[in-house]
Design a protein around this ligand. Structure first.
Ligand code: AP5
Length: 225
């Protein structure tokens, strides 16, 4: 945790594949606050074959957004857990103006504030290349890229030794739909949070370490409000 923050509630905002999950993992270890990803939570429901997971899978495979009510209750339950008391790194939530309103309500009820909204900016053509090459371990969830961050041994997880898999929504037609929805529904949140003086923009087109440095530097600067 940096000394200028008593708590650290962050939103990582940016298009699919911009590196939210990759950066959230590094920041979570650095600042000792949990990484909360609605995408990961939904994929865990899918893997466990729950009713919610089966409903969500069809929607996710089309690249559409799961209903606000479902993700809203998931996030409320998660943020109320003890490990989130000193902060959280939100990845994939909120995704539209309605969800941003729900998050405001949850944070107010829990007596917390949002410290920063990190916007990771990446060009659309880079996104398509990144998501096309993404593979992950079905056991531990570790994320690789076959070109930029390949596993040591062909296509198996360095930690678990089992075959890596491609996400069902990382097909090019689905990636295009996810990008379209990002620009229509999620990008307007940048302006909303900008009006509150919370936004810092980081160039996500650079290598992973450069993006991390940009975020850490931004977090070291005083709040603009
Ligand atoms: P979600 O899981 O949130 O997907 P997303 O936002 O589309 O983002 P991704 O996880 O695809 O990408 P990322 O930005 O985390 O990139 P990553 O670090 O993996 O959501 C999936 C679905 O769930 C949604 O479509 C929706 O249906 C549903 N959902 C989730 N939340 C919802 C909500 N709030 N409301 C409604 N529905 C919701 O990196 C990508 C690849 O690039 C990796 O291979 C990585 O190794 C590589 N990489 C990362 N950074 C770099 C770099 N700097 N240079 C080179 N390669 C890099």
């Amino acid at each position: 945790m940096t000394s200028i923050y008593r708590s650290l509630n962050l939103i990582l905002l940016g298009p699919p594949g911009c590196g939210k999950g990759t950066q959230a993992k590094v920041l979570s270890e650095k600042y000792h606050v949990p990484h909360v990803s609605t995408g990961d939570m939904l994929r865990s429901e899918v893997r466990r074959g729950t009713e919610l997971g089966m409903k969500a899978k069809e929607i996710m495979d089309r690249g559409e957004l799961v209903p606000d009510s479902i993700v809203g209750s998931m996030i409320l339950r998660r943020l109320d857990e003890a490990d989130c008391a000193r902060g959280v790194i939100l990845d994939g939530y909120p995704r539209n103006v309605e969800q941003a309103g729900v998050l405001d309500g949850i944070l107010a009820e829990l007596g917390r504030t949002l410290e920063r909204v990190i916007v990771i900016e990446v060009d659309d053509d880079v996104i398509v290349r990144r998501l096309g090459g993404r593979r992950s371990c079905p056991k531990c969830g570790r994320v690789y890229h076959m070109e930029y961050n390949p596993p040591r041994d062909d296509a198996t997880c360095d930690d678990c030794g089992i075959a890596l898999v491609q996400r069902d929504d990382d097909r090019e037609d689905v990636i295009r739909e996810r990008l379209r929805l990002y620009h229509e529904k999620t990008a307007p949140l940048v302006q909303l949070y900008e009006q509150r003086g919370l936004v810092v923009r980081v160039d996500g087109n650079q290598p992973v370490e450069g993006v991390t440095e940009g975020i850490v530097e931004a977090l070291g600067t005083p709040l603009n409000r």
